[in-house]
Design a protein around this ligand. Sequence first.
Ligand code: PEP
Ligand code: CO
Length: 472
Amino acid sequence: MNATVPPAPQITGEAAPGTTAVTTPDEALTRGLDAWRDLPAAQQPDWPDRAALAEVTAELAGYPPLVFAGECDALKEHLAAVSRGEAFLLQGGDCAETYAEWTADRIKNKVKTILQMAVVLTYGASMPVIKVGRMAGQYSKPRSKPTETRQGVELPAYRGDAVNDYAFTEASRIPDPRRLLRAYHSSSATLNLIRAFTGGGFADLRHVHEWNRGFVATSANARYEAMARDIDRAMRFMAACGGDFEALRTVEFFSSHEALLLDYEHPLTRIDSRTGLPYTVSAHFLWIGERTRQLDGAHVDLLSRVSNPLGVKLGPTTTPQEALALAERLNPQAEPGKLTFITRMGAGTVRSALPPLVKSVSDSDIPVVWVCDPMHGNTFESATGYKTRQFEDVVEEVRGFFEVHQELGTVPGGLHVELTGDDVTECLGGAGHIDAEGLSSRYETLCDPRLNHQQSLEMAFLVSQMLSERAS
Ligand code: PEP
Ligand code: CO
């Protein structure tokens, strides 16, 4: 299961001015980064070509980092502000990125949707919104079953484009390690485009606000017009006071994905020359999924050794003891912003399943960020046979999440959403009233159903209302 040739972590980056470069990474640190190899690793592909895997991991180990350790530290500081209730996190993107949807327009529409949502949430929360894409690396998926059967034919399950192909043929479903290289290159180009958009004027607050005015101008969304008008007035007030709109031409935008494939994440884990600490340089923020968060497992071990800000998904069966043990293991220094718990309980369960977890962790001295993933606990199959979610359930889980934190006096830190910037029809409901028949018109996801552009904005307006009610 594990690569036979462990690639040596390499030194990256330059020493910051005034500091001395660490030239020999601490032996123990480097050795520790291989400890996962002796532990059970859930959800790993059974790569048949071991020689190709060894070549690929060695090649990845020599590739440049996709992110800089200093950026990961900056995000950690922003998340520390989230944990104190001084900022709000918006994390969103596809369930699974795919090579077929790897186009400039798709990427642009996703970034645009997240920026539009962020403006609306900033207004409601009266706080900075930290923007993190489920983008530029979300190419692998955990599966509930290792195989898929169609009309009596059983093949290995699709595990994301970094592993195998979705087409239901024997050849397509064979895990091919060379696909890991494509995941790296696709992530690199996606991140480059995101950096261009968010640094080059596309994200200018004035444009984003204009796009939102376009959204509320349609009759289905007229009920959000009052809030858009308020934002408009706030913008004019800022301008009249001599507000520096030039400073609002660029935004910070971070990348994240589930750290699932250890044969990808390990070669991209490096000792930073500035700090002498290990960072996984495939993304700014990595999370561990609901199916791979075993305390004695390989995922928790590898990530417990890196300095990036981390997330862990917690579903309704998580015990308070497990949550606490994960907090102790992944945030042993009790660093603010280091660890985010992304809870995905389900609309009907959040009010009973979340409080024991929040209580047990907040009784300890370990600060965590609490984020709501209102998608993964609300999935079901429609009468017409599609894996779907009901928009109203998604909103209801967010409402329950806010209520729980309000009751316990803890901070509801943000949202983690599966969305796309396109007009797909994968989730039911919303102002567009997508129904079971309507799902077939543009059902494009290869994995979980995403909110479309309209549903995403609608959610942002509804959550913004919840946030402003809390603030007043
Ligand atoms: C996901 O975020 O796509 C996912 C698989 O989530 P979870 O680990 O919460 O099931
Ligand atoms: Co998903």
